[in-house]
Design a protein around this ligand. Structure first.
Ligand code: AMP
Ligand code: GLY
Length: 423
């Protein structure tokens, strides 16, 4: 089979690395890809939202399957674009149709979905500029901290958690009246604050059946001890030590199962990954958010633990026979540590030469933001490289990730030295 992966990050490099191991794979393409994917696949200089160009490539390269990494093209309806075009309608797309992708595209939609299907989540109300005053009254009725969420996609920046009531009111006004996050904050969801520890649960579904992938935990803050600004993710571990069998069973029965049946009941076609952002409050799981894709850098620790031929698994998703697949999981722990550009998540420079990649021995380096410039691998994003290792437990894996990270260098390189500190 010829396969095209859309995206350019560590998630997509990991998927490419895994698919490359499949005997059923013929040619692998990544659009637009990075320096890492260019070593194992053919990079196509096509943007993830350029549907027409993607179609042209699918036809000219004889591609048999499309795997969508990021949420943007899904929320924009790439799956529907394929289904509605006779020339490419037969090409399976891994990733939900637009209606189902709204689970990530609209927080209000996701909250209503959870309410309808009795899936545990924080209490909430939503507001627009028409009922700002009611929003103020709702805030007054809540204890701090206040959780304000722009309804739409806001590049991961649309959630504010504020301790002060007056500040929360000002921010609500800025979001609704002054379009702080553009159109994304025309509706704002205000939620009850949940206190607990977060984890990521990935589910792969064909719309009828599903498989729950190993749990993972990511580290979102830039600074050690989970301090400072939020990032896309600075590291991850899998499995998650604080999830015992009983807790995982609660996740399956109260959250995963009703989510998949809810999608079906609501007529929301779903073939792809569901990323359920969870929080453990006491011993109970609650949903913080849905994403319609895999998480990054969680992918860099979850996918390497899957022992199956991933292409065979995706084919089963396409054919709605995921029930025939017996998912096999590597018992070892996997960890990844992300190296980032100096200044990230604020302004940073690109184009720094990366050295030491040839000395890597005990880990797999997934490229997150790199490109080839004049034959050299250079930085091309905030998050640059994810260094993944296996170990009999997460601390052994982490020491390997760190050992190999020390061999890598580029101007301004930073990474957190405390991934897993809280486990
Ligand atoms: P989201 O984009 O919905 O995942 O929110 C971003 C982050 O805000 C989450 O990863 C949590 O750390 C935090 N968060 C969101 N909603 C809540 C909530 N109801 N209670 C506590 N923290 C939250
Ligand atoms: N690591 C969190 C995310 O991918 O959204």
């Amino acid at each position: 089979m010829n396969v095209l992966i859309l995206g350019a990050g560590g998630r997509e490099h990991t998927l490419a690395w895994k698919l490359k191991q499949s005997p059923k794979l013929n040619q692998l393409y990544v659009a637009p890809g990075n320096a890492g994917t260019s070593e194992i696949a053919i990079n196509l200089a096509v943007g993830v939202n350029d549907f027409q160009k993607i179609k042209d490539c699918v036809i000219s390269e004889g591609i048999n399957m499309l795997i969508v990494g990021p949420e943007d093209p899904l929320v924009n309806g790439i799956h529907d674009f394929f289904l509605n075009d006779q020339e490419i309608a037969h090409i399976p797309v891994i990733g939900p149709e637009k209606a189902a992708a709204t689970l990530e595209g609209s927080k209000e939609f996701a909250k209503k979905f959870m309410k309808r299907h009795a899936i545990p989540t924080a209490g909430y109300q939503s507001f627009t500029s028409d009922n700002l005053e009611e929003g103020f009254t709702f805030l007054e009725s809540l204890p701090p901290p206040y959780v304000l969420k722009a309804d739409g996609l806001a590049a991961g920046k649309g959630v504010l958690i504020l301790n002060d009531l007056e500040v929360a009111k000002k921010e609500l006004q800025a979001m609704l009246i002054d379009s702080k996050f553009g159109n994304a904050s025309a509706t704002v969801v205000i939620e009850e604050f949940l206190s607990g520890i977060e984890l990521s649960c990935f589910v792969l579904t064909d719309g009828e059946h599903y498989k729950v992938l190993p749990m993972a935990k990511d580290y979102k803050r830039i600074g050690e001890g989970d301090t400072g600004l939020n990032t896309g993710g600075m590291g991850a571990v899998s499995p998650v030590p604080f999830t015992d069998e009983e807790f995982i069973e609660k996740i399956h029965s109260r959250i995963v199962q009703p989510t998949v049946t809810g999608l079906k009941k609501d007529g929301l076609p779903y073939k792809g990954f569901i990323f359920i952002g969870l929080i453990k409050v006491g011993e109970e799981p609650y949903v913080i958010e849905y994403n319609v894709r895999l998480g990054d850098p969680e992918t860099e620790v979850v996918i390497p633990r899957i022992e199956n031929d991933l292409l065979e698994v995706f084919k089963a998703v396409a054919d709605v026979r995921l029930n025939e697949i017996d998912l096999m999981i590597d018992k070892r722990a996997a960890t990844t540590v992300m190296s980032v550009s100096g200044g990230y998540p604020e302004a940073y420079e690109k184009g720094k030469v990366i050295s030491g990649l040839e000395d890597i021995q005990d880990t797999v380096v997934f490229h997150a933001g790199t490109r080839i410039d004049d034959g050299q691998v250079v930085t091309n994003g905030g998050r640059v490289l994810a260094v993944t290792a296996y170990g009999t437990d997460f601390s052994k894996a982490l020491s390997l990730s760190y050992k190999d990270l020390k061999k890598i260098s580029f101007d301004g390189m930073y990474y957190r030295k405390d991934i897993g500190f809280d486990l």
